[in-house]
Design a protein around this ligand. Sequence first.
Ligand code: F6R
Length: 613
Amino acid sequence: MCGIIGYVGPRPQRDVLLGGLKRLEYRGYDSAGLAVQSGERLRIVKAAGKIRELEARSADLDLSGTVGIGHTRWATHGVPNDINAHPHTGRVGRIALVHNGIIENYQTLRTLLEKRGNVFRTETDTEVLAHLVEEYLENGHDHPLEEAVRLALLEVEGAYGIAVIDSHSPGRLVAARRGSPLVLGIGEGEFFVGSDASAFAEYTREIIYLNDDEMAILGPDGYLVKNLENVELSPEVQRLEWELDRIEKGGFEHFMLKEIHEQPETLVDAMRGRVNPETGEVKLGGLQDVQGLLARCDRVIISACGTSWHAALIGERLIEEFARIPVEVEYASEFRYADPVFTPGTVVFVISQSGETADTLAALRLAREQEVPVLGIVNVVGSTIARETLAGVYIHAGPEIGVASTKAFTSQVTVLSQIAVLMGRLRGTLDTTRAREVLSEIVHLPAKVRQILEQADGMRDFATEFSGVGNALYLGRGYNFPVALEGALKLKEISYIHAEGYPAAEMKHGPIALIDQDMPVVVLAPGDSVYDKVVSNIEEIRARRGRVYAVATEDDDRIAALADRVVYIPRTLDCFYPLLAVVPLQLLAYHMAVQRGCDVDQPRNLAKSVTVE
Ligand code: F6R
């Protein structure tokens, strides 16, 4: 979703701003723009389409100056074009403002502002904020920029992360947030603001996370953070943990492919120092203080969106198997409006890679308002969800840049397995022998994923055979049903082929009508407890001349005889097959997208961090 970069300092503005915007491309966008303040004037350049358009359009302009802002827009109000691209200005063009989020009362404000003589040039909700700020600077008010921004923000409802510069305030940038993330970068004699730290990570590792209803004033004389009630704050300066190579492609053609190949390491990172196969114990530092709660609770709700929701479905099975507690999985977008019933022993988990997903955050807040303990499973350190949960576990997958989630999913499932074992041990439902068996296997999974990745090139041929299809069905049972959902989602989002995931036996209750020689069916058929049932489902597809592409356990000749094509994965415990079986499906979607010429890392209409509901 939209991205913001802002810079105060001596480096060439255009380089820092365009560089930052390129780092933010992964978030998803459809137009971009930048503004630089130099002397008493603002230079604004905007372009629909990719950042290279903006780069070309700004190449010959004098963009020297000591403060600038840049933006990638993901359209919500108004089509993606040059005019609607940010930055926006007010009536006299004195300020430039970029905004992530949605101003919910923009229609009312727009009517008021128009009555006061402001003329609107765009279809965006953001423009009202630009006019409001300018009114507080002009029209005899003459407030300093930060006060004008603060007063304007008191009038808006909705979510925002903003950065504003003013032609009359040399070298000064004001940023503020409510519901849309903003991070400050503190360098030597220079400051940055970004919707995430990757926008400026090459320049500084010292960062401050802004909280909701806080604003930052950056200028030649330093930085100041205060809240919207004008009270000065002393935020903690933190250090960025990950290295820069995590946000570079490292020789891979796409971030998604790099991230798929990173999984052997990210799985290790998700369990490092946490599991002990000898004792059968799991130690999760982030849950240390809530172990009593995990031992006593009698119901678990897991809420998430998209791929994280698929991980939650696997978590449901894991926790039910090992800890014997009923688990419900809820789409965060539904849960937040469902008036859910919370019983006294309920614990809620929220899962989010970005830690900023608006619906997941709303689900978290809803549960908290009702005094239900909410625990997080999050990737981005310091993100809003990580900060607002009572306690939680980081998955430590490192920055995930490809819009289609891959390594975060497998790390989420790895962490969920550990939580399930921990809860089982705390509650006495998982004995030491079984816990040792599970943990002895979990530590072998990175090597097994590596083994699958060694045949990664074979998935290209698999994809070639598959190409040309307009639809696909993905089937799985038990632990692998969520993998069918995830495989179908991966295919849809990056190759734009319609795909459905189904529990294999549900097929005969409807989707079987779709099966003929043109319908490819991807079947997850590892050697688990429902293997024979899945084989019967494959027979049903064959009987209707469907094309079967199977994921099976190595040396499985029975599946080889039935399927049109098989990809093999190593043997593991039932509960861990999702972590292996998903990898060929990620590769299949990837190669399909490449062969169809799709933009793998930034699929159309999608955003990496969905900060609007
Ligand atoms: C799919 C994908 C999305 C996200 C969803 C939740 O590949 O990436 O479905 O999983 O938007 O995002 P997070 O996990 O950041 O809350």
